[in-house]
Design a protein around this ligand. Structure first.
Ligand code: SAH
Ligand code: SF4
Length: 360
């Protein structure tokens, strides 16, 4: 038993969440290799060898917001803006469904030409096309409680809204005046509307301290999230943070391991940002406890224009091709792709059966 495990009161039984104090001790004292081993083991004990798949649809890169870190922020006039119509999105989702995918993530900027009603109709069409078998996850920014309720009624299953950073001052600065309090209130609305709730943060933001990074993990735990996505901040040259330094991937790997130990049941993606920063970033996240991958189903003509950060991978492949590549990547880790819907573990048994005839 390592010193820290002893100090933290022994090794936690498989699948039991560490306490905030244990997380703090590990955060400051445990070497990365040991954390990765612990996170990986915890993940396997709860989720088995499965790596769940979510097909990503980046439906619009118009955005009225001006987050300082983001490449598609409103004031970046160099972006070739696009908005994908419903027929084309449905066609991309159908190709994913035929290949076995059972979750679609609709993500975009805050775009008034895609108002809530229009997103509701899109959800209904995806539900109809998949005979209600596929889950729909939304990542469409800040909305009112009424709007979240409408999206839920239309059939939305899950909602992702990262809190980005747990430091209130840094949050306000990076999100161009919008407060952490408001972001957390929106997350409460999302939960209240009945969604499986996801959030997360970036690591390596300018002005972030060690304590902020630890607090990010503790806040994610406090929020009892069903899904948590984290990734390295990658400075975009056409943003006010162009000159910020690029922090090492290691803090994101440590972040995943600690998150897994803080929230054993959560679905944690190995994010594209990690794979974009270093070639084996996603594999390292999976080893550390991530259990989700997100092939990008956005039609290839638009993918390059959804540039939240530079160096985004898989721009020339279709998401369908990505699935074969991802399958090869997880094999050496003794993990396998799963075509289940992969609902929140707390809802286990609800609608999460394996897909008959799904491609394995
Ligand atoms: N507009 C929605 C969803 C799209 S942005 C929203 O803001 O919630 C999705 C995520 O991309 C953000 O939550 C942020 O964490 C991440 N992101 C944006 N810019 C980034 C950058 N430069 N490096 C890494 N991740 C970034
Ligand atoms: Fe818009 Fe989201 Fe980018 Fe902020 S992070 S500018 S809300 S797309």
């Amino acid at each position: 038993m390592s010193e820290i495990n002893r100090a933290a009161g022994g090794i936690a039984p498989a699948g039991k969440a560490l306490s905030p104090e244990e997380i703090r001790l590990h955060y400051y004292n445990t070497p990365t290799e040991e954390l990765v081993r612990m996170g990986g083991e915890c993940c396997r004990s709860v989720h088995g060898p499965d790596v769940l798949l979510r097909g990503l649809l980046e439906y619009t890169n118009y955005c009225s917001s001006n987050c300082l870190y983001c490449g598609i922020r409103h004031d970046n006039s160099n972006v070739q803006r696009y908005r994908i119509d419903e027929d084309m999105l449905l066609e991309a989702a159908r190709a994913g469904f035929d290949r076995g995918l059972r979750t679609f993530v609709i993500q975009g900027g805050e775009d008034s030409e895609y108002p809530v009603d229009r997103i509701c109709r899109l959800i209904e069409r995806i539900k109809e096309m998949t005979r209600g078998e596929a889950a729909v996850t939304l990542s469409c920014g800040m909305r009112s409680l009424d709007q979240y309720r409408s999206l839920k009624r239309a059939g939305g299953d899950r909602y992702l809204l990262r809190f980005e950073t747990s430091d209130p001052e840094l949050h306000r600065y990076l999100r161009n005046g919008s407060s952490l309090e408001k972001r957390l209130e929106a997350l409460e609305y999302i939960r209240e509307a009945g969604f499986q709730t996801g959030s997360g943060f970036m690591l390596g933001l300018p002005g972030e301290s060690d304590e902020t990074r630890l607090n990010n993990i503790l806040l994610a735990q406090q929020l009892r999230l069903d899904m948590v996505g984290i990734g390295p901040f990658i400075p975009h040259p056409e943003t006010p943070l162009a000159e910020a330094s690029q922090e090492d991937i290691e803090m994101s790997i440590r972040g995943v391991a600690l998150l897994r130990l803080a929230l054993p049941e959560a679905h944690i993606p190995a994010t594209t940002a990690a794979g974009s920063l270093v070639p084996d970033g996603r594999e390292r996240m999976i080893s550390a406890g991530a259990n989700v991958l997100m092939p990008n189903l956005t039609p290839v003509t638009f993918k390059k224009d959804y540039e939240l950060y530079p160096g985004k991978i898989c721009l020339d492949e279709s998401g369908i091709q990505c699935i074969s590549c991802l399958s090869l990547r997880v094999k050496p880790l003794e993990r396998e792709l799963s075509f289940r819907r992969g609902d929140a573990v707390r809802l286990a048994g609800s609608a999460d059966s394996p897909v008959p005839g799904g491609v394995r």
